[in-house]
Design a protein around this ligand. Structure first.
Ligand SMILES: [Zn+2]
Length: 284
């Protein structure tokens, strides 16, 4: 039989452990504009809105098939979030949980069936900034996954959520966001000097540069450089400094001037044979 004092201690421990638990797993996205009218899932501590499947069947899928795709997409997002949470540094991950939501819907686009012999469904995955509902200028971020079936079938790369979270970190937490001078300068130099024989996706713009370098550094990229083993020392230092919490970019000196010896990076054999199977959708 417990005494009164033991009960009080037991209750206190219970409340404390709930508070710790809640802190870790319940996302606290202040000013989330969707909060009031939509249900969400909590996956790896991130808030994930998963819209129901559409109730009409112009795609020729039955409701059951669409529901099945939706569940498969949720499983995939779960696996990819788990990967990102495991590989990215923990403090930035906790910061991202408070300002980034994921949003999945059933909107698929079709290419013209007269041009292509079979119906092609396609979707998009992208990061975009989101205005906070609480009236402050505190910006939030949203990772949108459009078209469950496209995400399940057309994106073989396992690091896509990690890539999108890197965009979010760049935009929301790096000083001056996408305009950050050090990252821009390092991008311009890298584009000019590194891996000149490859049409890597990171050469698209500064935000893709940061996202792809983060993927290569913490996981692997679809393009050259595939892993940190073939990244330039400067770009490794950049990614490392940028993913501190808070970012430590003021001490980072971007490469400038003519292309140095670092531009002569050669790939090792292992890097060359990594499967470079591309997604049919380039932009993300
Ligand atoms: Zn991207």
């Amino acid at each position: 039989m417990k005494t009164g004092r033991q009960w009080i201690v037991a209750c206190f421990v219970l409340v404390c452990s709930y508070a710790v638990f809640a802190e870790v797993i319940v996302p606290n996205v202040i000013g989330d504009p969707y909060e009031e009218d939509r249900e969400y899932l909590t996956i790896e501590g991130f808030k994930v809105y998963v819209l129901p499947v559409q109730q009409y069947s112009w795609r020729g899928y039955t409701l059951e098939q669409r529901e099945d795709e939706r569940l498969r997409a949720i499983r995939r997002v779960t696996a990819q979030l788990k990967l990102a949470v495991t590989l990215l540094p923990p403090d930035p991950i906790n910061e991202l949980r408070t300002r980034v939501i994921l949003y999945m819907d059933d909107t698929c686009e079709y290419k013209d069936p007269t041009e292509i012999p079979k119906t092609v469904r396609t979707g998009k995955i992208y990061y975009s900034p989101l205005e906070s509902k609480d009236g402050t200028d505190r910006k939030l971020g949203r990772v949108t996954i459009r078209c469950y079936s496209a995400f399940v079938h057309e994106y073989p790369y396992k690091g896509i959520v990690l890539h999108e979270l890197a965009h979010a970190w760049h935009d929301l937490f790096i000083p001056n966001g996408f305009e950050n001078h050090q990252i821009k300068t390092q991008y311009e130099w890298s584009k000019e000097c590194l891996h000149s024989g490859h049409k890597s996706y990171w050469k698209t713009n500064v935000s893709e540069f940061f996202a792809e370098m983060s993927c290569a550094y913490f996981f692997r990229s679809k393009d050259v450089p595939h892993t940190d083993m073939s990244m330039s020392e400067k770009n490794k230092a950049l990614v490392n400094a940028a993913w501190q919490d808070p970012p430590q970019l003021s001490e980072f000196q971007p490469a400038v001037g003519s292309c140095s010896d670092e531009s002569q990076l050669t790939l090792n054999k292992g890097e060359e044979v990594i499967d470079r199977k591309r997604s049919s959708i380039a932009a993300h």
